[in-house]
Write a protein that binds this ligand. Structure first.
Ligand SMILES: Nc1nc2c(c(=O)[nH]1)N[C@H]1C(S)=C(S)[C@@H](COP(=O)(O)O)O[C@H]1N2
Ligand SMILES: [Mo]
Length: 226
């Protein structure tokens, strides 16, 4: 069984478990800021596990490109230098994987999705963002995708990061550039991010169509779509 097949089998077995804690749960601020609390059902890890579909695309800061497209005034095709020129921020936030582990207090450096959106200029009809990555599901031409409502994508802590703990983001973690969504399950943050498409409807992504919750809120134990 491939990694993805195992993951799908586990998802199938666990689907009924979302009511285990009831909902909502968790009393901390969603992004915790200093509170020593984990979302319900999570265990804290000190290492940073690697979780993906098993395909690490061949990317470097030299050949990586980001497309910002859809309902925007000015579509962007940025190389790494042009991306950096948008201005970086540093942030500390948590990383919660729906399979049960959380890594707290990660130090990131990256560019806010909010700043990319401002540069491209969003048309008023935009309601959601579809994120596409460079990796493909095994044996297919289907890229990893995920989706967010616009307001959640524009949160201050939603970044396209290129540094973690002061070092260049490793390829296995989505380097040169990945997205992070600290208030939501980590699958909403695409590794090896390729494109942000601003659209006027919701477009469920790779895991969202396979049974994980579209809304993906750790503090509500919101893991499965049914
Ligand atoms: N492109 C891409 N992004 C992805 C994934 C993936 O398979 N492909 N897996 C997601 C999942 S389920 C998690 S928990 C995190 C894992 O990131 P990490 O491997 O750096 O821990 O990336 C998310 N983003
Ligand atoms: Mo995950």
């Amino acid at each position: 069984m491939s990694k993805v097949e195992k993951r799908l089998a586990k998802l199938e077995r666990d689907k009924g478990l979302h009511s285990r804690f009831g909902s909502p749960q968790g009393s901390g601020e969603p992004n915790r800021h200093g509170m020593p609390k984990l979302p319900p059902g999570q265990r804290q890890v000190e290492t940073w596990p690697v979780l993906d579909l098993g395909h690490v695309p061949t990317l470097s800061r030299e050949n990586w490109k980001l497309s910002v497209n859809g309902l925007v005034e000015q579509p962007l095709e940025l190389n790494f230098q042009e991306f950096l020129a948008l201005g970086s921020v540093e942030d500390v936030s948590d990383f919660h994987c729906v399979t049960g582990w959380s890594r707290m207090d990660n130090h990131w450096k990256g560019v806010r999705v909010k700043d990319l959106a401002a540069k491209a200029g969003l048309k008023p009809q935009v309601t959601h963002v579809q994120i596409t990555a460079y990796d493909l599901a095994p044996g297919t031409e289907i890229p990893y995708t995920t989706n967010l409502p616009l307001d959640q994508a524009l949160e201050e802590d939603v970044l396209l990061v290129y540094q973690w703990e002061g070092k260049s983001l490793a390829a296995e973690h989505g380097g040169p550039v990945r997205m992070i969504t600290p208030k939501l399950w980590a699958w909403k943050g695409a590794k090896w991010v390729r494109a942000l498409s601003f659209i006027d409807h919701d477009q469920p992504g790779f895991w969202e169509v396979r049974g994980y919750s579209n809304t993906a809120e750790p503090w509500y134990d919101d893991r499965y779509s049914y």
